[in-house]
Write a protein that binds this ligand. Structure first.
Ligand SMILES: [Zn+2]
Length: 342
């Protein structure tokens, strides 16, 4: 899709509410009316350019058994910087490189920051990452190793988001939440799964959901394929804004969870996330932190070392199918991030 010439001209952002159009290199990150951006492009043009590459590959789909339950693990934690966010970063950085952008800033709880910093380094772009000050040291080291500047912000993820917007200067806001170009990259996972399952869509996909980058990316990808799996979003019972919105239950005070990548109290694309789950006939569930910890241990004792957030999806799938699962159901669990970064 990021092709020079007439295709590129057809691509632009538009407001999901009032439909106002914005060019891709806009320094606005949302519409003047407050609406979030969507990407307009030719639906038949789905080729993401890979001029800037860190060796992306088709991640393996590995059978995995928990008691009588059989799942398929999509090994996203093996991607170049250790998380699925590399798909989005690859897509967005290639597009920004094409637009001639040389300086970016973003906010992240860690994984997206590492992915964007790595791909920005490969594209020779200046990159600043705003993070909450409780981010893990391993993620800080990784982001800094790629040559990006880190700005730590007190009082959580939402404050980091506010800080980057106030201090953008001449930098392009390369947000994995606001900017639709990121989702264009994530879509590749849907197409890979479809190919790996012999041109079938899985019955279920269980995923941890914070800002919903994977959920929305997979939704868009499977829409291109023409059929949706049931999406089941898994959140920690200590921080579950999507669960509350989806099930229309009163909001509870958000606390911290051991799953740092889904420690998101106010996701920006809540409306879009609820729609994706509804359209797929899926569900939103919560799991207690002790089950996340248990799932992480279970995986690592079988040789798979992932971060807590990834384990939340397995904990959710086990809970969802606690009374059994039809054998013919293909249930995919993407492992979102590598345990080495914890
Ligand atoms: Zn608008």
């Amino acid at each position: 899709m990021f092709v020079k010439g007439k295709e590129a001209i057809r691509m632009y952002f538009y407001c999901e509410d009032c439909k106002k159009e914005y060019p891709l290199n806009t320094h606005s990150y949302k519409c003047d009316c407050g609406g979030m951006f969507r990407l307009h492009k030719d639906p038949h043009e789905a080729v993401v350019k890979h001029e800037i590459s860190l060796g992306e590959f088709v991640t393996p789909l590995v059978p995995f058994q928990v008691g009588k339950l059989d799942f398929l693990l999509k090994m996203e934690h093996l991607l170049p910087t250790g998380s699925f966010k590399d798909r989005g970063a690859c897509g967005m950085i290639n597009a920004l490189h094409d637009l001639g952008i040389k300086k970016i800033a973003l906010d992240s709880s860690g994984n997206a920051g590492a992915s964007m910093a790595a791909y920005a380094a490969a594209a020779d772009m200046e990159c600043t990452v705003y993070t909450p000050d409780d981010i893990s040291q391993e993620k800080v080291k990784q982001i800094e190793a790629y040559g990006a500047k880190i700005v730590k912000v007190a009082n959580g993820r939402m404050k980091a988001c506010a800080a980057v917007k106030q201090n953008l200067g001449d930098a392009y806001y390369a947000s994995h939440v606001y900017n639709p170009l990121f989702f264009e990259g994530i879509k590749s996972m849907a197409h890979e799964l479809y190919d790996q399952l012999g041109h079938h869509v899985p019955d279920y996909i269980f995923m941890p959901v914070g800002n919903g980058t994977m959920l929305i990316g997979l939704f868009l990808g499977f829409m291109e394929i023409g059929r949706l799996p049931h999406f089941v979003a898994v959140q920690s019972s200590k921080c579950a804004p999507l669960y509350e919105a989806y099930h229309e239950v009163p909001a509870s005070p958000k606390r911290t969870t051991i799953a740092e990548a889904i420690r998101i109290t106010k996701p920006k694309r809540l409306k879009e996330m609820v729609k994706a789950i509804r359209d797929s006939g899926g569900d939103v569930i919560t799991v207690p932190d002790k089950d996340i910890l248990k799932a992480q241990k279970y995986l690592s004792h079988r040789g798979i070392y992932v971060e807590m957030t990834s384990a939340a999806a397995l904990a959710g799938a086990v809970q969802f199918f606690e009374n059994g699962k039809p054998d013919n159901y293909k249930v995919v669990i993407p492992l979102t991030g590598n345990g080495l970064k914890r």
